[in-house]
Unconditional design. Structure first.
Length: 222
């Protein structure tokens, strides 16, 4: 039987690869040079895992001690640099790759938090943070509003997938089964949200209307 640590490692590397691809695609779209593409690939692919490891006390982070993470990130960046046309044929490539990476990282992050003795709630939240960390950093470096703050059920999908892993652990289910179920739920929610534009409620007051309210308040009564 495959050890849980091996499954987590494989999921980590899988999430690193797809998030690194999404970072590289975003870098190419912003016309960065090859160094910028590789840097953004590494940051997007590894920042979520690095943040997770630092928070749970797994120092130094695996991404900084295991050369496979750097290798996977560089390979993803070079694939995108030399074969961008092929990668770009995917429908909305950044969003779709994000969804896959989100699923990988959410289930792996939750399980690693469980192994380090965190409570079920904190393990689920850390799984979510693992999933959204790389994408947030990528968007910040590109001077964009992070997708987690505006995209359709981004963090919710990660939290749902991580919660399934935590629930499976509490019920005594095997990690492989709970990880598969959690990953499928996370990926399914993100995909359906992208397809059907599902999102959490937003304020209906427009920026223009808000500006008018603020001007009226500043001017005071006549």
């Amino acid at each position: 039987m495959i050890a849980v640590e091996t499954i987590i490692h494989v999921l980590d590397l899988g999430g690193t690869f797809v998030f690194a691809l999404s970072g590289a695609v975003a870098a190419v779209n912003r016309r960065l040079d090859v160094l910028g593409i590789l840097v953004l690939s590494f940051v997007a692919g590894n920042f979520g895992g690095i943040t997770r490891d630092l928070l749970i006390g797994a120092a130094p982070p695996a991404a900084l001690t295991d050369g496979h993470y750097l290798l996977v990130s560089v390979v993803a960046g070079l694939i995108t640099f030399f074969a961008y046309a092929g990668v770009d044929r995917l429908r909305s490539p950044v969003l779709l790759l994000d969804a896959v990476g989100l699923a990988f990282f959410a289930v792996a992050g939750a399980q690693k938090a469980i192994e380090f003795g965190l409570s079920p709630v904190m393990s689920a939240l850390l799984g979510m943070l693992t999933g959204i960390g790389g994408g947030m950093t990528r968007d910040v470096l590109l001077a964009e509003i992070p997708q987690v703050l505006r995209a359709d059920l981004y963090a919710v999908a990660a939290l749902a997938g991580a919660s399934i892993v935590v629930l499976g652990d509490r019920l005594g289910l095997s990690y492989g089964m709970s990880a598969l179920a959690g990953g499928a739920l996370c990926l399914g929610l993100r995909f359906m949200a992208i397809q059907h534009r599902w999102r959490l409620p937003v304020a209906h007051l427009s920026a223009q209307g808000r500006a008018g309210v603020d001007r009226s308040a500043d001017e005071g009564p006549p």
